[in-house]
Design a protein around this ligand. Structure first.
Ligand code: GUN
Length: 283
């Protein structure tokens, strides 16, 4: 292996220790940072994610509330709950776990969250703030990727960053964050004719597609930084990312593993955003 590992578990431990200290300081001033997590339906993956988010709050001195509803919950009932959480002074962050059942308009629900409590960073106001450089909440996964680059003191100025994937949750905000750090950014997607021709020019590659082996060793410039946002299962049922880790680690300069890379960082940045929301409300 030539690449150095960017360890998301180790970085998360450091950042969560900082969160816990800031949470304790805020608590001493009479404000306990509070996160409400709303889960509708029985999606097994969502249940695991939500459990991990609640546990991370408990472990780091944040108050958390899990609101679980059956899949039959109506959109109006869900919107009424969001209204109540918007008005609840003990709650500083609201997260509605996605996907929602098909009869509920997810974007309408997200827009109902007060932007001051939008710790997922999915509200149009948060997206607009990121785009214009105004204060707001950054989506947790790309924010975590930026922290990983920061942890290796990587200077993005003038570098070519290639983002594979254009989702509202990862690809698009990732591109804006890299741009804000003065990288030259290319966004690739399913209609990109020759992905390898793009990635071979990249100093930094972020793979966020949700498909195994999207990035292989022949597509990577020697020494490049490779960040793997993917969360897939291989034929043996083992967790794997979008990157062919075994091959790419022989070419890249830095690489994030799956598991133990971006995954824990996403939850860590949710804690950071919730704490930030509580600190802003206390000021
Ligand atoms: N579903 C998958 N990832 C996420 C996330 O980051 N936030 C929410 N709310 N739902 C998700």
């Amino acid at each position: 292996m030539t690449a150095q590992l960017i360890d998301g578990n180790a970085l998360s431990r450091t950042l969560r220790t900082e969160v816990a200290a800031r949470a304790a300081a805020l608590k001493a001033r009479g404000v306990t940072p509070g996160l409400a997590v709303v889960l509708v339906g029985e999606n097994p993956a969502s249940q695991v994610y939500v459990r991990n988010k609640i546990k991370a709050c408990e472990d780091n001195g944040l108050h958390s509330v899990l609101e679980k509803y059956p899949a039959e919950l109506s959109e109006a009932e869900l919107l009424a709950r969001i209204d109540a959480l918007n008005d609840d002074p003990a709650i500083h962050g609201i997260l509605v776990q996605l996907p929602l059942p098909k009869h509920i308009d997810a974007q309408k629900v997200i827009e109902a969250i007060s932007p001051e409590k939008d710790v997922d960073g999915f509200h149009v106001a948060s997206a607009g703030a990121l785009m214009t450089g105004a204060p707001g909440f950054w989506p947790c996964t790309p924010y975590g990727c930026m922290k990983m680059l920061e942890s290796i003191a990587y200077d993005l100025r003038g570098k070519h960053a290639v983002v594979i994937g254009r989702s509202n949750i990862v690809g698009k905000p990732m591109a804006l964050m890299l741009l804000a750090k003065n990288a030259t950014v290319t966004i690739c997607h399913s209609a990109t004719p020759d992905l390898g021709a793009m990635t071979r020019q990249a100093d930094v590659i972020v793979a966020a597609v949700g498909k195994r082996n999207v990035l292989t060793a022949d597509m990577v410039k020697p020494g490049a930084v490779v960040i793997d946002v993917g969360m897939n299962r291989n034929d043996e049922g083992k967790l794997c990312g979008d990157v062919d880790f075994e091959g790419v680690k022989e070419v890249a300069g830095w690489i994030t593993p799956v598991p133990g890379g971006v995954g824990p960082m996403t939850i860590t940045m949710l804690l950071v955003n919730t704490l930030e929301a509580a600190e802003r409300s206390a000021h």
